[in-house]
Design a binder for this molecule. Structure first.
Ligand SMILES: Cc1cc2nc3c(=O)[nH]c(=O)nc-3n(C[C@H](O)[C@H](O)[C@H](O)COP(=O)(O)OP(=O)(O)OC[C@H]3O[C@@H](n4cnc5c(N)ncnc54)[C@H](O)[C@@H]3O)c2cc1C
Length: 376
């Protein structure tokens, strides 16, 4: 096999896979190097939510919508399933309903397709939503769900069909273009794109030390597949989520909600918990999450965080079986001020990482942006 490619992509998470896809579709020869025998990072540990509605209006929302288009093209071509669920943000407090109504009033004018539903409209859309105390919800058809475990495992096979040379179990230890050192030999490439997730220590550590990048740890759970083919329908979010997604920052009513949550739910504030609910193709329900920021995040999980997540989920979710079959945490790279991080530590070497909690959503749009920036 020739050990030369136009583009070397380092990292086999969703960002690396997306960059390899876009480069290959543009006709470039591509090599993808992943340290693990299989990918085990953030990309396999998430909800699989492709969630443009969470992105702030403007460039990031447009990027998410473009990313969504490419996702659908890739999933079709790679014969991988997705659930065209849409999303529902549900309200049980007046301040939550105020934010969602305000958003539904403004957002369609700036490119979001969404609408406010009264309680009966929400229940028509979702039998999973708890009707007691429901004040209404925000419906959007744009969001969909993939199974991250399936997608991250199978996309490399599809990339190989497109001619991408895959090197799993190959940590890149040094880059001095055209040379990419793999530990098990070297590769020659014109361009190196580093999608290294939260590995700030191996390549260009001096740059990462002053980058402002950090880590975020999220605790997650999954039920067993729900019996009898039970369907969640739209992926669900509720009031606590409105504190986190930047899209809702355009709402003047948000500060009141934030103040109440800080006052009434200090433990949810402490662990930065909100609750998202998605379903995988086999019927299992994924529930999360919490946020712990820092370069050194706790390696051990806290049962009280899981309990808080479940307690909150039960306020808006009716599930036939809440029994938890799996618990895990994921860690992703994130930047306090930027929606993602880019740098060029040497000519032809491009780092792209830290889309935070939106990397699945943004991946393919971000990859197209990188390629355009590199003139490829
Ligand atoms: C629990 C959780 C839930 C989330 N839910 C969602 C969601 O529903 N929707 C959404 O849009 N986003 C979500 N996110 C965010 C999303 O998962 C991440 O932003 C995204 O997966 C980051 O992808 P990545 O490719 O940058 O990183 P990773 O998936 O971590 O991949 C980086 C890869 O680079 C490899 N690597 C690093 N250094 C080297 C080297 N020197 N040589 C070779 N390989 C190397 C690593 O082994 C790793 O496989 C969630 C994140 C978490 C943690």
């Amino acid at each position: 096999m020739p050990r030369r490619a136009k583009v070397a992509v380092i990292g086999g998470g969703i960002l690396g896979l997306a960059h390899a896809y876009v480069a290959a579709r543009r006709g470039h020869s591509v090599v993808l190097c992943e340290r693990g025998r299989a990918t085990t990072g953030a990309s396999i540990r998430n909800f699989g939510m492709i969630w443009p509605i969470g992105q702030p209006s403007g460039e990031m929302h447009r990027m998410a919508l473009r990313s969504r288009e490419i996702w659908l093209e890739v999933l079709r071509a790679a014969r991988l399933p997705h659930l065209p669920t849409g999303s529902l943000h549900v309200a049980y407090h007046d301040d939550e309903a105020d934010v969602l109504r305000e958003f539904a009033g403004i957002a369609p004018r700036v490119g979001y397709e969404c609408e406010w539903l009264d309680p009966s409209g929400v229940i028509e859309r979702s039998g999973a939503v708890q009707p007691k105390g429901l004040k209404g919800g925000l419906w959007s058809a744009t969001e969909f769900t993939v199974d991250p475990r399936l997608v991250v495992a199978r996309l490399p096979e599809y990339l190989a069909e497109l001619g991408v040379a895959l090197h799993f179990g190959s940590a890149v230890t040094h880059i001095d273009l055209p040379w990419i050192e793999l530990g098990v030999g070297s590769y020659e490439a014109d361009v190196a794109i580093l999608c290294i997730g939260d590995d700030f220590e191996t390549l260009f550590p001096d740059l990462f030390r002053v980058s402002g990048l950090t880590r975020c740890k999220l605790q997650m759970m999954r039920t067993a597949p729900q019996s009898g083919g039970w369907q969640l329908g739209p992926s669900l979010a509720a009031g606590l989520t409105l504190r986190f997604y930047k899209a809702f920052q355009m709402c003047t009513t948000l500060s009141k909600l934030k103040e109440r949550v800080a006052r009434e739910k200090p433990e949810y504030e402490k662990y930065l918990i909100h609750v998202l609910v998605s379903q995988t193709a086999d019927g299992a329900i994924t529930l999360g999450d919490s946020h712990q920021y820092g370069v050194c995040v706790d390696i051990f999980d806290r049962p009280e965080i899981d309990e808080l997540i479940l307690r909150e989920a039960e306020t808006f979710l009716q599930l036939p079986d809440f029994h938890i079959a799996e618990r895990w945490h994921g860690v992703c790279s994130t930047h306090a001020e930027k929606p993602f991080f880019e740098a060029e530590p040497a000519a032809g070497v491009h780092i792209v990482t830290a889309p935070g909690g939106s990397g699945m959503t943004l991946s393919f749009g971000l990859a197209e942006r990188t390629m355009a920036g590199l003139g490829l």
